[in-house]
Design a protein around this ligand. Structure first.
Ligand code: BGC
Length: 802
């Protein structure tokens, strides 16, 4: 490892799934897993290529139920490339002596390199070097080259390169009982060294066009080569014969283009793919443009730290995968942020609330990308309204899992691999997803000051979401309180009270506080809108004065439940649950992060205990500052003191199994001020989520994008206290000891290139901006004014923990 290089040594087929995900290449429009080009799916390898927003729905029968699942589609494998010497077997590293195997992902350049040396049973020694990229400059292009050097032999080398349309969705073992054949009408074609392949998704009828062109070079000079088409159903492939001599390297370059009928500016995808190759130039041209595009992205997005070398690299890896999932190329694709990146098939490519952890980074770097992610939600308002209506409510009810249309994509049944049982899945009751959309909308507006967006789209989101929560809350005249019943909080280990048959919980604290917050922001937003637009929206959405009064009322009277010692309860009835035997289960099972599976397999249920899969109440302390939260508690009429937050943190800290990778990010965040050492430990653990595959196999199915982005956000906002509320840039740094210094660039409103450097002594903010005015900056409780192009240096007094 160095600051920019993720490096693996040694060929290890058992580690391939993980490496394939961690070294996956993408550009925000599509991504490809880093499977060895000579391998097909199976034996631990899984070539997968996914285009943002390309979904397909298939129906299966499970346990007598017809269930339909919409999945991101695994598209034809464009990387497929192998070779053999004379008439020997095709390259198989498991059958050869492999020495000097190195795989390197260069994060700065977005290039994956693989180098190895093999010796076959005849004693022929061969060196191989391959490079791969998915272009960050040309969003429909990818490229691979393979250089072969015969060390001690001469003879014929046959390189076989293809576009493999026989692939299926087969990347997640749990889904294997379900139909994974999403491609139909696969038409491969070979014209000399040009390969084309068209296909169509079965239900969504998205047309796919792929093309690949080859070039052969000997000792770096282009040479003609005879291309022989390969006859294999569903595959467009060609064999290129090369005469090898010792010490003379031969290279095959493969440029690939991939278009779909969903792309803006596409005519017919097959033709578009061929045209793209005509414009592409050589591998070197494609590489140069790609590197430049990454260079520009890193200028805006790099986060540099002085601290442990591993942390520095992993943070960059996280930024890298974030940008490979959503980038300037995502704008206008109308695709949301998939929880597992474009890196695998876990959760079927669906969009959850995880965007809450990703958007803060984008707000301050690539606001146009953040905006397009919010527009993904806005375009699905009609579905969300229909869902609310169908549930008997007003406003808009967003789905917990969202795919192409915005209908609810959460599964109805899920498999517990431990017990082998299919179980009802109630996670769709996580209605708080709508609150995440409202939160993201408002925070985007605060960070960017984009009143145009707020006026045209954001306000409609906020008001429609508020209308739902205003309506969902029910009034209890006895206590003069509103309740929100029958929902689930972020902690997925509780979906019902043990005493109740029907699913759903009442007065989940996270939901109720965020609902109060969202209702207040909707009311505030009405004040920001120009009067004409305000009336237009209120008329169109049929929101009357009485509704607004009700929102006021609900936002002041939602019920929160407390223990006698003043700890905020996760939901009504939580205090009556049994304490869990943490030590006993740890001793019996070791890893107890998936207590839901363990307990169900034992015939028990997580619903019975005081335990959480992930931060639930504690999420509040991440999303809202202490000031905001205490103001909300005042508004709701609940007494609190300055120990309310620390007391509540301590309570849940002891009762969380961290079954979601999001959990440690949040725990680190909420401890950042009170217990810097522990916060740093959680931060380091959260950093390991994917690189060390801490859940034992889930990273191979896709990255955990929320946790990846969350760690970067933790560094940038959690440890620095960076805030964009109240029309200024606020800081309240509290660096962990092991973090000596950090440096990043951000964009705040018109101030496009603000450089921030923070160490334990000083905060430096430097501004370069066009057309910008003075930037108001607050450091702790002092306000400053930063001139455009000026620099502000503020000494940081030592601060005692809160
Ligand atoms: C977590 C959710 C998350 C989802 C997708 C689940 O395990 O509990 O909070 O949204 O994964 O990342």
């Amino acid at each position: 490892m160095n600051g920019w290089l993720l490096r693996y040594e040694g060929w290890d087929p058992a580690a391939e799934a993980l490496r394939e995900t961690l070294c996956a290449l993408g550009n925000g429009r599509f991504a490809t897993r880093a499977a060895a080009p000579e391998r097909r799916a199976g034996d631990g390898s899984y070539p997968g290529t996914y285009v943002a927003g390309v979904f397909d729905r298939l129906t299966d029968e499970v346990d007598g139920h017809r269930i339909s699942n919409e999945s991101i589609v695994n598209l034809p494998d464009w990387q497929s490339l192998t070779f053999r010497v004379e008439d020997g077997p095709w390259l198989d590293l498991c059958a050869l002596t492999v020495t000097g195997y190195v795989q390197e992902l260069d994060l700065r350049r977005g290039v994956l390199t693989r180098r190895f040396r093999i010796e076959d049973p005849e004693g022929r020694r061969t060196r191989v070097a391959q490079r791969r990229l998915v272009s960050m400059s040309d969003p429909c292009l990818a490229a691979l080259d393979c250089t072969v050097l015969a060390e001690n032999w001469s003879g014929r080398l046959t390189v076989r390169s293809g576009l493999d349309g026989t692939v299926t969705n087969d990347g997640v073992a749990r889904y294997r009982g379900l139909d994974g054949r999403h491609l139909s009408a696969v038409e491969p074609c070979v014209h000399d060294q040009l390969l084309t392949l068209t296909a169509e998704t079965r239900q969504s009828r998205i047309r796919i066009g792929m093309a690949a062109q080859h070039r052969v070079l000997v000792e770096g000079t282009a040479r003609p080569a005879v291309a022989v088409p390969v006859d294999e159903p569903g595959v467009a492939a060609v064999e290129l014969a090369l005469a090898m001599e010792p010490g003379r390297p031969a290279t095959v370059e493969k440029l690939v283009s991939l278009w779909t009928s969903r792309d803006p500016g596409v005519g017919e995808p097959g033709e578009a793919a061929i045209d793209e190759l005509d414009r592409a130039g050589t591998f070197a041209d494609v590489l140069a443009r790609h590197e430049l595009a990454w260079d520009h992205l890193w200028f805006r997005c790099d986060v540099e730290i002085e601290g442990p070398a591993r942390a520095s690299l992993v943070l960059r890896l996280h930024v890298f995968h974030l940008l490979q999932t959503v980038s300037p190329h995502s704008v206008d694709l109308d695709a949301g942020i998939p929880a597992r990146g474009l890196h695998g098939e876990a959760y079927r490519g669906h969009v959850f609330w995880d965007e809450m952890f990703v958007l803060p980074f984008l707000h301050l770097r690539l606001p146009e990308v953040a905006r397009s992610m919010l527009l993904y939600r806005w375009r699905r308002l009609p579905q969300a309204r229909a869902a609310a209506r169908a549930a008997g409510h007003r406003g808009a009810m967003f789905p917990w899992q969202s795919g192409s249309t915005g209908r609810e994509e959460s599964q109805v049944l899920h498999l517990n691999p431990r017990s082998g049982r299919w179980l009802p899945d109630n996670s769709h009751l996580q209605r708080h997803i709508g609150l995440a959309v409202a939160y993201n909308t408002w925070r985007y507006y605060e960070a960017t000051g984009d009143t145009d967006f707020l006026t045209e789209h954001g306000a409609e989101l906020l008001l429609s979401i508020a209308a739902f929560w205003g309506d969902l809350a029910t009034y209890d005249p006895v206590d003069d309180r509103f309740d929100i019943c029958g929902v689930m909080g972020p902690d997925e280990y509780h979906d019902a009270l043990p005493s109740r048959d029907e699913p759903g919980l009442d007065d989940n604290a996270y939901t109720n506080v965020m609902a109060a917050w969202a209702l207040s922001r909707a009311l505030e937003c009405l004040e920001v809108l120009p009067p004409g637009r305000r009336h237009e929206l209120l008329d169109t959405l049929d929101i009357r004065r009485a509704d607004l009064e009700r929102w006021q009322h609900v936002s002041r009277k939602l019920r929160l439940c407390w223990t006698d010692d003043g700890v905020l309860l996760q939901f009504r009835g939580y205090d009556e649950l049994a304490e869990f035997d943490w030590a006993g289960y740890r001793a019996r099972y070791g890893d107890i992060s998936r207590l839901d599976r363990i307990l169900e397999a034992e015939g028990d249920s997580t619903n019975r205990y005081k335990l959480s899969k992930q931060a639930d109440v504690l999420m509040l302390f991440q999303l809202l500052t202490a000031d905001e939260l205490y103001a909300l508690l005042d508004r709701l009429g609940y007494r609190h003191d300055r120990r309310t937050i620390p007391r509540t943190i301590a309570y849940y800290l002891e009762r969380t199994s961290h079954g979601s990778t999001l959990s440690k990010v949040v725990h680190s965040w909420v401890l950042a001020r009170a217990d810097r050492r522990r916060a740093w430990d959680y931060f380091l653990e959260a950093l390991e989520s994917d690189i060390a595959d801490v859940q034992g196999g889930t990273t191979g199915e896709g990255v955990h994008l929320g946790a990846m982005a969350g760690t970067v956000d933790l560094l940038e906002r959690g440890f620095t206290g960076l805030e964009t509320r109240e029309d200024l840039l606020g800081f309240d740094p509290f660096l962990p000891d092991a973090l000596r210094r950090m440096r990043f660039r951000l964009r705040y409103r018109r101030h496009t290139e603000i450089e921030v450097v923070i160490d334990h002594q000083t905060l430096t903010v430097g501004g370069t901006a066009t057309r910008a005015t003075v930037l108001p900056v607050r450091v702790r409780d002092k306000e400053f004014r930063l001139d455009p192009r000026g620099t502000l240096e503020v000494p940081l007094r030592h601060r005692r923990p809160d």
